[in-house]
Every structure is written in structure tokens, then in C-alpha cells.
Design a protein around this ligand. Sequence first.
Ligand code: AHG
Ligand code: MN
Ligand code: MN
Length: 345
Amino acid sequence: MTDQQHTSTNWTDDNLMSLQSHILAEERHHPSATGDFSWILSGISLATKTIASKVRRARIEDVIGEAAGGPFGESDGINVQGEQQLKLDIIANEVIKACLGSRANIASLVSEEDEEPTILRSRKEGGRYAVFFDPLDGSSNIDVSVGVGTIFGIVRLPTIPGVRGTDAILHEDAQMAAAGYVLYGSSTVMVLTTGNGVDMFVLDQSIGAFVLVKRKLRVPASRKIYSINEAYASRFSEGVGRYLDWAHANNYSSRYIGSMVSDVHRTLLKGGVFIYPQTHDRPEGKLRLLYEAMPMAMLMEQAGGCAVTGTGRILDVTPNALHQRVPVILGSSEEVAHVQRCIDV
Ligand code: AHG
Ligand code: MN
Ligand code: MN
């Protein structure tokens, strides 16, 4: 073999990297993590691979449509958000809890679909993290095969004696240490940060593993795309109205899928700004802080973008309720600045 052939492959960087091996390699940056993340993320990987297969077989297995009343008929199918649960919302929720419940370092689970947190174990029993998740985001789009996803955040809980359960979850010292989403789209894509940049994986069905396809994703600093549900234009604040007038006058394109994971994934890869603002009838907006806004904000900032509520960073908000809603403006740094400038006039 000529020298050229020997150097044609960079064996140290170009090798096939699974999610598992990538996380173990990443943990070198977190001496205190001691395998914690890999243990939790392997549970999230198993859960989302399972959900991916159920989403893709939903029509075949006839689990499209509204939940009659929970997996065991216990609810009327209306969740804590006051929204109609879909069968797949509940199925995805149960799958994630089944996969994470056995991970010995998780203290509690906070789900969009459960009014109260699932408390698994105390700190004395080894519980150090909470996992926040939206088991199936954008689920109203399931029946028309639009991309839906799972959003998750891994939160290191404070070690203050006597602070446990929901108090620990909502405590100002609770720190989101990892975040990500899995998009069940034309391919099953996981986008993940453990605080050292953003990496992207695709589920390779032939080997049943998420494989690394892109390291250190960076969101473009600018892109003339805004993503907002303009059907609510009459209820937006004057500032958001000013921004839309400015964008229309500056040849922006509008892209809105109505599934946060899909809209954020496009924004992350192509740039632009995603906005779910407050409206006169929803002064806090619609999106939930703990398991939609915060994980997406961590990803966006780790990729060099911005994520604000209109009055400050999303990651600076100290939560006061599990299902608290916040306005969301996130994406390319320059595009978020344009929105903020119009709000601040
Ligand atoms: P979920 O399906 O978890 O309830 O989330 C739906 C959210 C989010 O995915 C999307 O950005 C937003 O709802 C769309 O809301 P509108 O239909 O009001 O635009
Ligand atoms: Mn959601
Ligand atoms: Mn959801």
C-alpha cells in the first residue's frame, strides 16, 4: 500500500462513532459525570428508538387519534395542559418512564403528560438528576405524517439538605447539564448537547444504533427565515407586529411546520428565528419552560445561537411551576437581535 493510501483515512477522527461511544468520549470533559450521562442517555436512546418504531407503525397498529382514557383507561384523555391527549402521547410517555425508571442515578421525571413528577429515588438512594421531557412534541401532526419528536433535558439537582422532590426540581441551583431532541422525520435524528457543543446522530436502522453524523453543529449567524403562527397576528404584541412588518419589508421567507422539534431543527441547521410569543389571550405564550423551552434554549446557545423570552435569556428563568409556560424567541443570534430590537422600541 502506498503512503498516500495509508493516510487517505484519518483513523482517529473518521471512525464509526455510536451515541454510546461518543458520550463516553465526551465524559472526559466532565470529570464529575462518572458515567452518569451515558447511563441516562442510553435509557433515552432505547426509549426514542422504541417510540420511533411506534410512530412509524402508528397507522398500522391503529394508535392514531385521541386517547380514550390513558393506557389503563384511568383518565378522560385530557392532560394537565387541558389539551386532548393522543394515544401516542400516552404510549410515548409510558415508554420513556419504563426505560428511565431503572437508571439508578435519576431522582425524578417531569413529563408534559403527568401533572406531578414521578419521584424514583432520593439522593441518599443515588438519585442525582431529574429528566424533563415532552414525550411527543407536535403530536397533533401525527395523523398527517409531519415530523414529530421527543424533547429532553437532564438536570443536575441541588445537594441542599431537606430540598427534595418538586422543590429540588424548581430550585434555582438545579442546573440543566444536557439537552436534546429526537426528530421522527424522514430519518430519526438525535441532536444532543452535554455542555460541550452540539452533535447530531442518525438512527441507522440496519444496526439499530444512533451514529454520529455531525460534530459541533453551529447555527448560522443570520438567515432571512422567520417561523411563527401568523394566524394569531391580531393577538401579538406591538413589538412582534413591528418585527413582522420589518421582516415582510426585508424579503424574509416564512416557514412554520407547527411542530416545535421540526421548526427548531430547521432553524438550527439553516438559521433563522423561531417565535412562539405571548398573545393577548396567552400572556405567557404556549410553550412549556421545563421540557420544551429550556432544552431547546441550551441547544441553541451551545450551537452559537440565542434563546430569549423577549425580556431575558430563557435559561435565566427560575421556574416557579412544573408546567409553566414562557414566550420563546430562538435561533440565529442576528435574527433574534432583530426581533428583540423591535420589541424594545
Ligand atoms: P405538543 O404536541 O407537545 O403539545 O406541542 C405542540 C406545540 C409545539 O410543538 C408547536 O410549536 C406548537 O405547539 C404549535 O402551536 P400552534 O398550533 O398554536 O401553532
Ligand atoms: Mn411539545
Ligand atoms: Mn407533547
